[in-house]
Design a protein around this ligand. Sequence first.
Ligand SMILES: *[C@@H]1O[C@H](CO)[C@@H](O)[C@H](O)[C@H]1NC(C)=O
Ligand SMILES: *[C@@H]1O[C@H](CO)[C@@H](O)[C@H](O)[C@H]1NC(C)=O
Ligand SMILES: *[C@@H]1O[C@H](CO)[C@@H](O)[C@H](O)[C@H]1NC(C)=O
Ligand SMILES: *[C@@H]1O[C@H](CO)[C@@H](O)[C@H](O)[C@H]1NC(C)=O
Length: 354
Amino acid sequence: MGCSIRCIAKWRKRHLQALKTVLVLLLTVSISISWLLVDKQHLNGSTESLPNNITILLWHWPYGTQYSLEGDVCLRDYNISGCILVDNRTLYESADLVVFHHFELRVHNQHLPVDIHRPAKQKWVWLSLEAPQNNGNLSPYNTLFNLTMSYHPQADITVPYGKLLQKKPDFDVVIPENKSYEACWVVSNYQKRHKRSDVYQELKKNLKVQLYGLAATKPLPKEALLPTISRCYFYLAFENTQSPHYITEKLWRNSFQAGTVPVVLGPSRRDYEAVVPPNSFIHVDDFKSIKALAEYLRGVIKDPKRYNEYFTWRQDYVVKLYTDWRERLCNICPIYGRFPTQKVYEDLSVWTKW
Ligand SMILES: *[C@@H]1O[C@H](CO)[C@@H](O)[C@H](O)[C@H]1NC(C)=O
Ligand SMILES: *[C@@H]1O[C@H](CO)[C@@H](O)[C@H](O)[C@H]1NC(C)=O
Ligand SMILES: *[C@@H]1O[C@H](CO)[C@@H](O)[C@H](O)[C@H]1NC(C)=O
Ligand SMILES: *[C@@H]1O[C@H](CO)[C@@H](O)[C@H](O)[C@H]1NC(C)=O
């Protein structure tokens, strides 16, 4: 069909109108975005000083094991850009953050560079993944650190041992089978003074507990750990120390990844429920006696339906384990802008009272 000149003019007008609307929309969106950005900067007042690349200097490697920092580790392995990890102390002057792992300081293998000039904007990070009871006296480190890095949710940088990641719901989860032991425990450091040792001694009177690890002179090589533990109905995820939020790989790896149900001894049930579903573990404190706990566990073993219910979390979650120091350090960069511009830990032990 033909179109008269008037008709073409009308058509053009309509399209021009549409184009105008789109332009106005685009303008509005970009103005709001820049306004949001400006507002954010205004709120914290620190964005203007955000470096392009954040350089994190690890003063010494935790427990003496060194890993490669060759190439752009954070980008390549964790998809975090602008985050430069170094362990070369000659880069001290240019480091935005210097991370000190506590253990080596405590045993005097390493020392803080208190005699070298400290750049004004540089932040010192105190790092420990141990419970406070195992860190010793922290007072020598007062008024030196700007940030704390620990498993504690209130640390400036929280580095959990693991977490659950939401996934697409899947109702056909695999419930591990082929169980041959009622309960298992891997223990390398058995000490009578640990509360967990008492619980174990009581528990084994009424439950068959298979022991592994150095303390049992049955060490498990790394590759054998998960397949071996997976043969147990329950795993004794007993922390060496009971302290708020102190939940280690004993839960995430030895229990959840192995496909057993954790019997936990550690912080309160509430702390566990802050990170995992309530019906994914059995808490020692929920029982009036260890004998009652043993009876409960035996009852669950005899009732597959009840046992399987402890795995319902697998429909919605997968376990994410954190084991690599490099990953933990790279994860600092995305939250760098949230750190206070100025902060000093006058009393470093405050974090043990949170
Ligand atoms: C940031 O680091 C990358 C990778 O190391 C480098 O290519 C880039 O030049 C650096 N940018 C700045 C501003 O230092
Ligand atoms: C069960 O465990 C035994 C001993 O480790 C193993 O030989 C067997 O293949 C396992 N069976 C299944 C179905 O996984
Ligand atoms: C500003 O600081 C607050 C509190 O410290 C934090 O929650 C927020 O994410 C920060 N905003 C930006 C843009 O970093
Ligand atoms: C870091 O702490 C030191 C005190 O040890 C202090 O002099 C410095 O101003 C602090 N820096 C920042 C960026 O908070």
